[in-house]
Design a protein around this ligand. Sequence first.
Ligand code: PEP
Ligand code: MG
Length: 547
Amino acid sequence: MGMFCFAGKSVNEGIALGPVLVLKKDRAEVRRRTIKDAEAEVLKFKRAVKEGMEELRFLYDKARKEIGQDGASIFEGHGMIMEDVEFQGRICDIIRREMVNAAYAVAMTGDVYAEVFARMEDGYMRTRGEDVKDIAGRLIRILEGSGENVSSINEPVILVADNISPEETVRMEKENILAFVTVQGSTNSHTAILARMMNIPALIGVPMKLEEINTGMKAVVDGFEGRVIFDPTEELCVQAQKRMDQERKSFLLLDRMKGKESVTGDGRRIRLCANIRNVNDIKEALRNDAEGIGLFRSEFLYLGRDDFPMEEEQFAAYWEAARSMAGKEVIVRTMDIGADKQASCFCLEKEENPALGMRGIRICLKRPDIFKTQLRALLRASQSGNLAVMYPMITSVEEVLQIKKMVRDVSQELDREGIAHGNPKQGIMIETPAAVMISDELAELVDFFSIGTNDLTQYTLALDRQNEKLEDFYVPHHKAILKMIHMVVANAHRHGKWVGICGELAADLELTEEFIRMGVDELSVVPSMILKIRKKVRELDICSCEI
Ligand code: PEP
Ligand code: MG
């Protein structure tokens, strides 16, 4: 077959050229066989479960070390389903009733469960269908022996798959992945997140038929144009190679941006900081010469576990973050639990509209005991370096006054106990339209603002940020959002306070100039974007005409 090409949605830019590795996980490969001894087959199934549980425990530990508790929790969830009495009971029933092989019984049960989940209204439950497919796939692989999987990656490849499970992203030899190309996935899928962290091109929603693509076949992935070309002509390969060389050169040029100031030709300065989820991510922040941490999403300490992180554990994490950044400011955002970040230890009730529900600061104010533990840890850690605290999801002056009172109480409590602590600067996130509209009043009460454009866009445009079906309606440059940012900056500056942006929009190079014109003081972004933005900033020369 000659060259063929597909368009998809790019979730990370870049060009890749190399051999393809197709991950096929086709359930149809499981053949139905009649067996004679049902009890022996049930025993075989039980042994596979035991082996599967061991694998999941191994993956959980590996993921916890590599990507933190949040990324690891998925394997805990898989373990719970795999050990579920009803799930196992159905499989054993099929083996005994139909006298069929265990792998076939697993595949049938997996399909039934996946179908049930897929029909559920709740978006979160719908995605659980994928988990059941993964679990069934794991058991089938153990029972039947496997074909191509991520462990077969031992040379640089372009990974082509229907979908890539979180388990596979943890398992794979990441140095050998040149690009991801998947049929399914969404902007916030595990593959997309991983691609951004690894800085390799990735396409999702590619309408290809995996049976037509062979492992070993060459491909060019264009993450700028959102295209993948299989079996490309020699000429296209040469072109791709040239563009990759250019990319590499500009990447090396970016290295020159390290140690330089983020200042425009006409002397306007902007601070470029990193967003992190845990202490591990600080390595990336430092490698990319971050001028501080503009957003430490502390809720990741609470995710994927059944108990609350104790004061000492939190203290150690915040202390370490401040110490590693050696005097550069580290802004810890207090836990923003709820909505897309469900933490089992909070036992939150199911809500009709979780994004408009019990989340962020609302939980903290309703559960002061838990919030105070975090505040104690933060106040204590703030002695170690330049630590600041920031509160999410603010909608009113009263909330800020209430929080400030709690901080004063905690500070006095620590004094009474003779425990050393600092008095960190306190800021708020501006991520609700309400906060924007009263930013004038809020600015008097706090030391700084950080604009969370992810939620601000969701609440302003009435657009669920988790819903992949709405991607077409998502207009990140919407005038409403830009006007809001402008208004917040003006109000903050009127009161002598600084203002940053820490949502995804901060990394949008098309807006860098506009943000500087508006007077935004800080942009906090995924570490791999810092040097690109610095380069852009240094190329700008903003004349006196203000908007
Ligand atoms: C935001 O809402 O823009 C933000 C930075 O916070 P998060 O994405 O964690 O909700
Ligand atoms: Mg937010």
